[in-house]
Ligand binder design. Structure first.
Ligand SMILES: Cc1ncc(COP(=O)(O)O)c(C=O)c1O
Length: 400
């Protein structure tokens, strides 16, 4: 049976060219980048070159990039790092406050909740509208004089909505200036989780205006277990993993050179081809969406109809259990997801779809299709051929 992969928001296959670039660093060029001898210097050269490559793409200084193990680690450092630094610099006069949104990935939400649980700490989870867009005036009204961080995702992993990062940066900048005028020396930072966005959208940090940006290699045909956090120079941040002085003292541990080489190569390729790939993949996504809605009644497209990632189409299918759909499609060789693959294993209705205000009975029928560069129209046609029958059969036996 031919297998079709429509779950690129969960992960992507490692690109073969990227693998080719990584290979020498597993065996022949195995040195530790901290070693002073030639083996080490060879590894160090690859590390420096990768950092420069990423810095060119992000339009930042190479020293502003911290390589690590992926999006989850980046998000943890972005949230906890500034809080630890505020303690270190004795800037705390009352509980610190963080603003994030209700639709963030658990790497953000659980990290903020952990701080709330363990410390005297305040958090605001900003609402989004039915399309998943954060409300800018509400977000601004939540900023207080003890707010240290605002963290809003660049694009959502379940519904694909793209958030207004530039506008949020401007709001943060305005409050930063106000704080200076008022003699409040608590910094206020803006972090964006670009894990889903980096494969398709501009990640120029100067244009975005962010202080920190999370990126993960395996979402754009790079290796799993690789990622980076951009941290703007001057951002008060304390390391979470301490040890050697790697990564500017912010992430101790011998660098994963093959992974870093792969991450940089994959990011470069994704960014160079993003216009072409976006056009191709959004064409397929729209073809799939229009035909799916024609063929099956009771289907809602979730997320913003236009301001969305080109590769994600997320639906609510009336009177169906998402898990049953997923299994039936898997038996036909098609891999999709229901809600977020990262949080699968729990039967809790998706927190993202709940925040978009859909009732639980509708959320149970959620289906996420996330396309990628290897998908074809023939694959979409096969899906459109087999899926309606699956839906009608499931509806016949459905208790919903
Ligand atoms: C928006 C978002 N943030 C963070 C993560 C976590 O990234 P990683 O799998 O690299 O830890 C994911 C993973 O799906 C994600 O979609």
């Amino acid at each position: 049976m031919k297998r079709i992969y429509f779950d690129h928001a969960a992960t992507t296959a490692l690109d073969k060219d990227v693998l080719g670039k990584m290979k020498p660093y597993f065996s022949d060029k195995f040195g530790n980048a901290s070693s002073l001898h030639a083996f080490g210097q060879e590894a160090k050269a690859a590390l420096d070159e990768s950092r420069q490559k990423v810095a060119n793409i992000l339009n930042c200084d190479p020293l502003e990039i911290i390589f690590n193990s992926g999006g989850t680690e980046s998000d943890n450092l972005a949230i906890k790092g500034p809080v630890l630094a505020a303690f270190r610099d004795k800037l705390i006069s009352k509980p610190l406050h963080i603003i994030t949104t209700k639709i963030e990935h658990p790497a953000i939400l659980k990290t903020v909740k952990q701080l709330e649980k363990l410390f005297d700490f305040e958090a605001t989870y900003a609402d989004v509208d039915v399309n998943g867009l954060v409300n800018l005036s509400q977000l601004e009204s939540e900023i207080k004089d003890n707010t240290i961080l605002i963290s809003v995702m660049y694009a959502n992993n379940e519904v694909g909505t793209i958030e207004p990062i530039v506008e949020i940066s401007k709001i943060v900048e305005k409050h930063r200036e106000k704080r200076q005028d008022n003699g409040n020396n608590l910094p206020i930072y803006f972090h964006a989780d670009a894990v889903q966005a980096a494969g398709y959208l501009d990640v120029d940090v100067k244009k975005l205006g962010v202080d920190m940006l999370s990126i993960s290699g395996h979402k754009f045909y790079g290796p799993k277990g690789t990622g980076l956090l951009y941290i703007k120079k001057g951002t008060g941040i304390e390391a979470l993993s301490t040890g050697g002085g790697h990564e500017n003292g912010l992430r101790a541990g011998t660098e994963n050179i093959s992974g870093i080489v792969g991450l940089a190569a994959a990011l470069k390729s994704a960014q160079e081809n993003k216009e072409m790939e976006s056009k191709k993949v959004s064409g397929l996504r729209d073809y799939l969406t229009q035909n799916l809605m024609k063929k099956i009644d009771g289907v809602i497209l979730t997320g913003h109809p236009e301001i969305r990632l080109p590769n994600i189409a997320s639906f609510l299918i009336d009177r169906i259990e998402g898990e049953s759909m997923l299994i039936k499609l898997d038996l036909k060789g098609i891999a999709v997801s229901t809600g977020s693959a990262c949080s699968s294993g729990s039967l809790e209705p998706s927190h993202v779809l709940k925040a978009l205000n859909y009732p639980p009975e509708k959320i149970h029928g959620s289906l996420r299709i996330s396309l990628g560069k290897e998908n074809t129209k023939e694959e979409v046609d096969y899906f459109l051929e087999v899926f309606p029958e699956i839906v009608y059969k499931l509806r016949e036996i459905s208790a919903l």
